[in-house]
Ligand binder design. Sequence first.
Ligand code: COI
Length: 357
Amino acid sequence: MELKVIPLPEENRKARFIDESKLGFGRIFTDRMLLVEWKADKGWGDARIEPYGPFVLDPSCLVFHYAQEIFEGLKAYKWADGSIALFRPEMNARRFNRSADRLCMPELPEDFFVEGIAELVRLEKHWVPGSEGTSLYIRPTMIAVEPVLGVKSSDHYYYYVILSPVGAYYAAGFNPTRILVEDRYVRAAPGGTGEAKTGGNYASSLKAAQEAKKKGYDQVLWLDGVHHRHVEEVGSMNMFFAYEDCVVTAPLSGSILSGVTRDCVMKLSDMLGFRVEERAIEIEQLMLDIREGKVKEAFGSGTAAVITPVGTLGFKGEDYTVGNGGVGSLTNRLYDTLTGIQYGRIPDPFGWVRKIA
Ligand code: COI
């Protein structure tokens, strides 16, 4: 696949943000994006890095009606010496193709997924913020653009990548969040699309999140879609519960996302001397364990969320404080180790980091 770089006209060069402490998440976009089209009769065309800007799309396009869409999330980090690194991008490439397969979309060559992103980030490297807790969020996306109202898989797609300098995902930053255990609405069911990174999973989560916010919670923890009995995930992150000597997380049942950060947390917890258990977590038992002080810490993991401490779980009208409600020591150590590797502050024993500039 050829990759062409279209010159950026002076008038398309935005003023770069100044105050990195006010970045928030995903509101500012850089000057360029990557775009490539796939057509049923031609396959993938040539890729272009071009000025960031709106698409003109027919209102009948399949993505607008039947949500044939997938995406990914990964980050570029600026190191103290000014160099730029991606973090495990090949994991995102593989997951993107698993999502593509589930949504009947064409797979993208994995080396192109990684190299295209690397080239775009290199061109936009002045947009990678450098202060603590900030990074350049990378959003590869594929949408179905065939203009037709019949329910079918599209014969025309756009794959594109946009970049956004970001700070913390949750407004509270690295502080304990309040999560409501959702026992009415369902995010995903066995055999559904819960394991794919597709917009519909997020659209269907909005109602529960809105109701949880009204009750003073930051997000919801989803339970399994059949019995509402086992812990699944929190839309924007996978969940972990730390006991005295082990860390527990839900298994990849097919209805939860296989998080890249989840995989890192499992490997890092093991490295820090904790046994890692991937097993069904029964919600009543979990709440009892929290009440009895057996669960010392709870936290979520995700690319956007990094490691997010959970101080309180709301369940059936009651609040359960995890540990002392603050940020636990394992949560802190995992955060420091993971971000230490990502920002090149400590050695990377796993070969996760890929320097690109
Ligand atoms: C990510 O962590 O990259 C995600 O895609 C979560 C998103 C909903 C912000």
